[in-house]
Write a protein that binds this ligand. Structure first.
Ligand SMILES: [Zn+2]
Length: 281
């Protein structure tokens, strides 16, 4: 499932193709992909808008749209499990998984491809209608602000990192990787962390996300592809995620996989010690 680095990669891949282009039409072939407004209204409203910026918020792509009459709209897209974009010439046949397509003024077409159909789009006047409740961006906040996030939160670290209202953009892969770098057990209670451990976690999250963005994210299976089919190479850098039964790169202990909050969770039982967990809680 695409997380912050994969969405950031999609945004960066798409930007040079889309900035300044006008959407001359849209085709919705699977209506439920469009969450707001209705599919019919979506097609009618988006026509004629120019894409003036493309940004990311959490795991959402945010297309900034302007029309000649100067009003603004925002198209937000969440890729969920298998969503992704490609750009083709309009005359090239679409495959059956291309559920929403946008015709551009240069003869190309932006195509949203989503085999599992969990991806969603919103066309809104204010992006906060969709992303207003998200926590801060992990690459934008200071260490001081990160410390402050813990003042009102309790519970196990892994589910907390996945909670988008706590911090935005982290999913299963980068939560496990960050906890390994920070040497923290996924079940540690957030309220039990020392100042130093919180700082370690802050630095670990930033290191992992920045490293993943630098190589285009992680392609674990065939489902996640960058724009027009490229793969993200962070899979070669994974330390615990998908590494069960392999030796820890720091201490040689075999990486374990367990389930935390219904999510597969990978950790090193030595570096991310349970003993330490028990002595504190
Ligand atoms: Zn280890």
């Amino acid at each position: 499932m695409p997380e912050l680095p994969e969405v950031e990669t999609a945004v960066r891949d798409l930007r040079p193709h889309l900035l300044g282009r006008t959407i001359t039409g849209a085709t919705v072939r699977w209506k439920r992909t469009v969450a707001i407004p209705s599919a019919t209204a979506f097609v009618k409203q988006i026509r004629g808008y120019k894409i003036t910026a493309l940004t990311r918020r959490g795991k959402h792509l945010v297309f900034h749209l302007h029309s000649k009459s100067k009003d603004r709209k925002y198209l937000l897209v969440h890729l969920r499990m298998t969503g992704g974009f490609c750009i083709d010439e309009q005359r090239i046949r679409r495959d059956k998984h291309m559920h929403v397509c946008f015709q551009l003024d240069n003869g190309l077409e932006l195509r949203f491809r989503d085999p599992r159909k969990f991806g969603r789009m919103w066309l809104v006047d204010d992006p906060d209608q969709v992303v207003g409740k998200l926590g801060p961006e992990p690459l934008d906040i200071s260490l001081r602000e990160f410390h402050r996030l813990f003042e009102t939160r309790r519970g196990n670290l892994k589910p907390l990192l996945l909670n988008q209202t706590f911090i935005a953009g982290i999913g299963n892969i980068y939560a496990d990787e960050s906890l390994w770098y920070a040497r923290l057990h996924p079940l540690r209670r957030a309220e039990s962390l020392t100042q130093d451990e919180r700082a370690r976690l802050y630095r670990a999250i930033r290191k992992v996300l920045t490293g993943a963005i630098a190589v285009g994210g992680t392609s674990i299976d065939v489902m996640y592809k960058r724009v027009n089919g490229m793969s993200g190479r962070f899979v070669e850098s994974l330390r615990v995620f998908d590494q069960e039964e392999r030796p820890c790169r720091r201490c040689g202990t075999v990486i374990e996989k367990t389930v935390v909050g219904q999510r597969g969770t990978h950790f090193c039982p030595t570096c991310q010690s349970v003993r330490l967990l028990k002595s504190i809680t």
